[in-house]
Design a protein. Sequence first.
Length: 554
Amino acid sequence: MEDTIKVDKDDKKQFKKKFSKYEKFTAKSNFERKPLKLQSLDLEDHQLKKYERGSGKINKNKIRTGFFKNKLFEQEKNFQYAVEQAARAEILLNEDSGYLMADDGEETTEFTQDDIKQHVDITSAAKSFKLNLDFGPYNINYTRNGRHLVIGGKKGHLAAFDWISKKLYCEFNVMEEIMDVKWLHLETMFAVAQKKWVHFYDNKGTEIHCIKKMNEVNQLEFLPYHFLLASGSDNGWLKWLDVSIGEMVAQFPSLDDRITLMRHNPGNATISVGSAKGIVSFWSPAVHRKPLATILCHVAPITAMAFNSDGSKLATAGMDKLVKLWDTRSFKEPLTQYKTKAIVHNIALSQRNVMALAIGDKCEIFRTVGTGNIQSIDSYLKHSENSSISSIQYVPYEDILGIGTKNGFSSILVPGCGEANFDTLEQNPFRTKQQRREHEVKALLEKIPSDLITLDASQIVNVDIEHLEEKLDKKPEVQIPISKLNEKKTSKRSGVDNAKIKQLQKAEEKQHLLKAAKQEEFIEVRKQKKIKRNADTDDSDTNVLDRFRKKSKK
């Protein structure tokens, strides 16, 4: 016999009392998850606009079906929730950019680099250094993550290194005049505009390519999200080269005979060219031989210009000794202007809108203060070099300004000019080799076509209704002859297919009737013309050609 276990009623009661709390817990655990909300934080409009991505521009009135209206409504709720969470996440960005403050009776322009070095940490002080070189003047360029630097001297000297750890990657002389240098999508490759053509080198100094289609180039700009290398040549030609496939995307002459000043707008990826007529023109490879827009900035030739990190502001300088700050979204009157004592040859704008002006051998730094159309420029720092300054550029995510001079290179400290909080998914100054490879693959997969480069970047989310209607009108209608439809009568068809076939049969019969009516009308017209011609021949007395007719025998 099998063993049986008997349980008393008292044991059952004790068991229920012991495990009743677990039953209550499981019943309460099936709750609905609600998103966390920070009720103490009241978001303002300008905080939300900072993270908007154009989802509110969709016109809901043109959506006919209720299903898609509800679907769009749910998507907008998700977008709005993401915008609010991104705006609230600013509280986690606890790093402050800071700035330089002076005591009562002092000004920040009186502080030198030695004074600043004495009051900063050792790591920051080591970032300020100077290189004395003999092959200048030098052009400089930093990578997008601000970690690597390449310098190119006018007399052929070329060097690439990690400027923070002072690790030299390569250094050689190309034995040819160098006009400009530019990093490509990674720190393993850079482009050099030499006297004849554009050459590509890796970070070990090995020449990879020689682009002979780009000849006599003065300026280079790289578009990282499109993988395009733009060049402005001595003969006035603008060219865009796709470095991922090695093909020329577009090339055409600009409005000027010679391009000496060219900058890249990081906001919409357009190329702006400054001319000797005081005009700044904006170009795209999608529109040939015609600028997207032109703006008269100065009454004298333009000598320098620069965009800020998001492309919303443009700073220009001309031979009239004026420096103007423009809003690239409206292109109305300048936000502010500043009169200098001499002609400005170089301009740089940092991530915190700190503006640097190179005038001869001096560099003046200003802070732009204000919001909207009310802007003002306050003098911040002054720095002098031993020789004339040829190029300047701020280091991303660092309080450093790089200066290329006739006799070398200088790195100076500018407190408060860099962005203190950086996104490692976008640009990581401390990424490893594996992260660099993954970043390159991801960037290639997310590559933006060159046809999408426009002046207004928000046009991408809109639909060109006029051209779409033209395409639909030109699209030929597929007509199925009745003979083929009758062949498939024996096959099994659904009610929808039968209705479609009946509609096609009616349409084809109508076309046949129209053709027959037109043919009958044509025959009738021919008959009328023939009757009229015969009527005209009856009036033979008035005809001029009667003498050529045969006379009837009586």
